[in-house]
Design a protein around this ligand. Structure first.
Ligand code: UGA
Length: 434
């Protein structure tokens, strides 16, 4: 199959390299010249485990190409995946400008019949709009079919998720188009769910909203655990064994971040509102999540009082481990609050420091040396559960900090181990250790 992917962000790039690995001829297109030049030389603009190896291999064997030329990208494609961004607008709705632009370009440059497959997360009804744009502008003798094919790739494990996902959703009212898209994924041995267009669009939002709800739910339970003296780890273990609940996505902490959950939950609230329904449950999920990110600073203030001129070590900047992405990361809200309090911040992150620098500039100090980060610190705050942070020898906190006070927003350490040290340790939903 000749496949083109429009947009080489996380989703587009991972989809492109993985489809090439399955043996398809793939062209990845993007409007950013610099990004395409980098990809052409076999280097990935994002840190995503596994991507660079597949990139190098598939470029070398001639199955994977990169271009900024839309005519070349859409001219000979049989299948075009739309994977451009749908960034959040001020009112919480998704900005569909890039999606519409791609639809126009496809109509303008297509030279044969195509199936247009939307991977971008788009509000219900958007694929109908895409179809309408293409049909209005395409050559009359050519045929185009639109399919909703949402992605369920997690940053940091996107390649594994592509090859071993739980399901593939193909949404279209055209059974011929569904059968062709099914063929593409057949080597993967992943259950395929075929739906109508709108249900496929809804599946994506409902999945992300449900996962976000699980996180806010467990964070509420953690809050009550703190108040009554229970331990959230024991509680999640106890409820997670119930197969109807399951053990996943019940990690209490300072909340969800990233480019998906915060944006998609707000967009679903908007979508509901635009259709005369107030999605109160999801509104509460969002509120709880906003509160979680403010916990480390309030907890720090409870222990040491004013943070003015206090040295704070921030461990972890990315929104979760194994990614360099800092979009909507809890660390950013924490830093903003700390700066407002007058604290002096030194941050450590194994991968995300250069992305953080672009957002935060020199308002904080960055270091790759954990010992330096902790040196003479009044308090350490853990914002991301990187393995490098989980593996910090606990006596480092005692040795290097002024007074070892650790606020752990991701419950990285076992209380049993912590109790062997002289550390004041405050985590989420677990008893305080002093
Ligand atoms: C999420 C979904 O998991 C993917 O299925 C989906 O395809 C993707 O969004 C998307 O819409 O493109 P992602 O945002 O990459 O993927 O990362 P997750 O692993 O889902 O984590 C999201 C946030 O939730 C992180 O900040 C993480 O720290 C937090 N989280 C996750 C918790 O606080 N507790 C948990 O138990 C799990």
């Amino acid at each position: 199959m000749n496949i083109t992917i429009a947009g080489t962000g996380y989703v587009g790039l991972v989809t492109g390299v993985c489809l090439a690995e399955l043996g398809h001829q793939v062209i990845c297109s993007d409007i950013q010249e610099e990004k395409i030049a980098m990809l052409q030389s076999g280097r990935s603009p994002i840190y995503e485990p596994g991507v660079e190896d597949l990139l190098e291999k598939n470029v070398a064997c001639g199955r994977l190409h990169f271009t900024t030329n839309s005519q070349y990208a859409y001219g000979n494609a049989e299948i075009i995946f739309i994977a451009v961004g749908t960034p959040e607008q001020q009112d919480g709705t998704a900005n569909l400008a890039y999606v519409r632009e791609v639809a126009h370009s496809i109509a303008q440059f297509m030279k044969n019949d195509v199936i247009v497959c939307t991977k971008s997360t788009v509000p219900v009804g958007t694929n109908d709009q895409i179809s309408e744009i293409i049909h209005r502008h395409k050559p009359a003798n050519l045929h185009a079919e639109v399919v909703a094919n949402p992605e369920f790739l997690r940053e940091g494990s996107a390649v594994v998720d592509f090859f071993y996902g739980d399901r593939i959703v193909i949404g279209t009212d055209c059974s011929k188009a569904a059968a062709i898209i099914e063929q593409i994924y057949l080597p993967l041995d992943i259950p395929i769910i075929k739906t109508d267009l709108k249900s496929a669009e809804m599946i994506k939002y409902a999945a992300n909203a449900f996962l976000a709800t699980k996180i806010s739910f467990i964070n509420e339970i953690a809050m009550i655990c703190e108040k009554v003296g229970a331990n959230i780890e024991e509680v999640t273990n106890g409820i997670g064994k119930d197969q109807r609940i399951g053990p996943y996505f019940l990690q209490a902490g300072i909340g969800y971040g990233g480019s998906c959950f915060p944006k998609d939950t707000k967009a679903l609230v908007q979508l509901a509102g635009n259709n005369q329904h107030s999605f109160d449950l999801l509104k509460a999920v969002i509120e709880v999540n906003n509160r979680q990110a403010s916990l480390p600073v309030s907890k720090a203030k409870e222990v040491i009082g004013s943070l003015k001129s206090k040295k704070v070590t921030l461990l972890g900047l990315s929104f979760k481990p194994n990614t360099d992405d800092v979009r909507q990361a809890a660390s950013l809200s924490i830093i903003k609050e700390l700066l407002k309090e007058g604290a002096i911040i030194t941050a450590f992150d194994p991968i995300a420091m250069s992305n953080a620098l672009q957002v935060l500039g020199n308002t904080i100090e960055y270091t790759q040396d954990i010992r330096h980060a902790l040196l003479h610190a009044d308090v350490a705050i853990i914002a991301t559960e990187w393995e490098e942070i989980k593996q910090i020898p606990l006596d480092f906190f005692e040795l290097y900090m002024k007074k070892p006070i650790v606020i752990d927003g991701r419950n990285c350490y076992s209380l049993k181990e912590i109790r062997k040290h002289r550390i004041t340790y405050i985590s989420i939903g677990r008893p305080i250790v002093t």
